[in-house]
Design a protein around this ligand. Structure first.
Ligand code: NAD
Length: 478
């Protein structure tokens, strides 16, 4: 989708940028921990000293409220950068694995080395955090990086192109702005790692391009993340926590609750609870000119979201209104949605919440298990039995019990997809790991030579006997 009036990087400049950052990598400039630490703290400063500029840009492109922008996009970058700067020494320490006694003199070590120059391609929905969270890992690992922001958030992309060279070392970190043509040109080059966040469709294109040079890739993709409501849970609280997740960035969030599966026995009271929460979240019409309710990012996405509401065979019980001039769509709850409804085909990525009636939790689990692995499965229940059912019978990037979206605040667990929702979890130390190659090292002492007699040609019956002992070890009873 071409979306804007952003000034694209001239194609002729891309090889120069690539050559510059590659030269920096080869010179070893980004390797010293002191350099990485400085760049990480500069990244934190870049965010902190430009809070208002970045909030303004997010407001212009997405109508994102200032509180949401700073809480969900800026703060995690400031804190993540500081945390990485402070943890760097420990993360980067060479590992000394425990080895068998006969190899104890070999100095067996795993050194951490940067994978190389990184290409980082980011989406429009959380354009700041989904660019710089990856960059934290790349800087920490010692990798120069070329950033390709989404062209669909042009104000933010322009701010990035302006700020990055002012705060970070321009010899190692660069922003290339553009759309398909520019990205294709970048993908034609050889990288140490490609870190992509976006749709599954484009993720496939990226992985295919990466295969040309056998480049390692991280794919942070999307999909339909379900919510299962168990009858044992407080329905009003479930409704509140689900709608809280759904209103974030007007539903344009990769881990937005996509659809809700509700057992028949509690279907009606759950719908009533949703109505009550909706009324409390929106005391005035979200489509009022004064309302702070955010916008759909651009015309094509606006038409897509509106079209979905027009096409559904379900019962639109809340919302179902839009404003063509301001690209606003009210949060729309659709009841009585069947599994073959248009709302159940693709990731909704907008302010629509379909509610599907199921027989019981077992049927809900089966529906989820029959679909591609989502980025996250949300479940509301206090029952261990339900937790175990979902743990054992389904799969997903993350599994969250009794809330939505809060996994993003937990940087001790990897955040990422599985199967069609992508691969390669990151955040905290996992971000550092993504861009780090664990390079094995041994130094075999000359003094080993007397023990090596049997490994050399010509082999004999005796050498066979000695050297194949390992194959005849006793296998433990099961
Ligand atoms: P997108 O896949 O359309 O675009 C992502 C990036 O790819 C952009 O920078 C874009 O310029 C580039 N691109 C577009 N077409 C290309 C092509 N043909 N070849 C090469 N590059 C191309 O995604 P989007 O619309 O920006 O974001 C929405 C999607 O991203 C949703 O599916 C959402 O779930 C997913 N997402 C995932 C995460 C996550 O962390 N897993 C986070 C946010 C969004």
């Amino acid at each position: 989708m071409s979306c804007n009036n952003l000034q694209y990087t001239p194609l002729s400049e891309i090889p120069e940028i690539y050559a510059r950052v590659t030269k920096t990598f080869k010179a070893g400039t980004t390797r010293p921990l002191s350099y990485r630490r400085h760049q990480l703290l500069q990244l934190a400063r870049m965010m902190q000293e430009n809070i208002v500029t970045i909030e303004d840009a997010l407001l212009a492109d997405l109508g994102k409220q200032r509180q949401e922008s700073t809480v969900t996009e800026l703060t995690p970058i400031i804190q993540g950068s500081i945390n990485a700067a402070e943890s760097l020494e420990e993360w980067a320490k060479p590992e000394k694995p425990k080895v068998e006694a006969w190899r104890s003199s070999w100095d067996t070590t795993i050194y951490h080395v940067p994978k190389g120059v990184v290409l980082l391609i980011s989406p429009w929905n959380y354009p700041i955090i989904l660019t710089f969270l990856g960059l934290i890992g790349a800087i920490a690992a010692g990798c120069p990086t070329v950033i390709k922001p989404s062209e669909c958030t042009p104000t933010v992309a322009a701010v990035m192109a302006d700020l990055v060279p002012k705060y970070l070392d321009p010899a190692a970190y660069a922003v290339v702005n553009g759309a398909v043509e520019e990205t294709k040109m970048l993908l034609d080059l050889q990288w140490g790692h490609i870190f992509f966040t976006g749709s599954t469709r484009i993720g496939r294109i990226v992985a295919t391009a990466a295969a040309k040079y056998v480049t390692p890739v991280t794919l942070e993709l999307g999909g339909k993340s379900p919510v299962i409501v168990s009858p044992d849970y407080d329905l009003e609280l479930a409704a509140k926590r689900i709608l809280y997740g759904k209103v974030q960035n007007v539903g344009q969030l990769c881990v937005s609750p996509d659809y809700v599966l509700v057992p028949r026995s509690v279907y009606k009271p759950f719908v009533e609870a949703l109505k009550k929460t909706y009324a409390s979240f929106f005391p005035t019409d979200p489509l009022d000119k004064e309302s702070k309710w955010g916008k759909i990012v651009n015309e094509p996405n606006y038409r897509r979201v509106k079209g979905l509401i027009e096409e559904t065979k379900g019962d639109v019980i809340l919302g179902g209104k839009w404003d063509d001039t301001r690209l606003r769509v009210a949060l729309t709850v659709v009841s009585e949605v069947k599994l073959n409804d248009p709302l159940m085909e693709e990731e909704l990525f907008g302010p629509i919440l379909p509610i599907v009636e199921v027989e019981d939790v077992d049927e809900a689990v089966q529906i989820v298990a029959d679909r591609p692995y989502p980025l996250v499965i949300y479940t509301f229940s206090n029952s261990n039995e339900v937790k175990e059912k979902i743990t054992n019978r389904t799969n997903s990037g993350t599994f969250v019990f009794n809330d939505t979206q809060m996994q993003l605040a937990v940087h001790e667990i990897p955040f990422g997809g599985h199967g069609e929702s992508g691969y390669g979890g990151y955040m905290g130390k996992d971000s550092y790991n993504i861009f780090t190659h664990r390079r094995g090292y041994i130094n075999v002492p000359t003094e080993m030579e007397p023990f090596y007699a049997y490994r050399y040609l010509p082999y004999s019956e005796e050498s066979y006997k000695v050297m194949t002992q390992g194959a005849r070890v006793k296998i433990p009873e099961a």
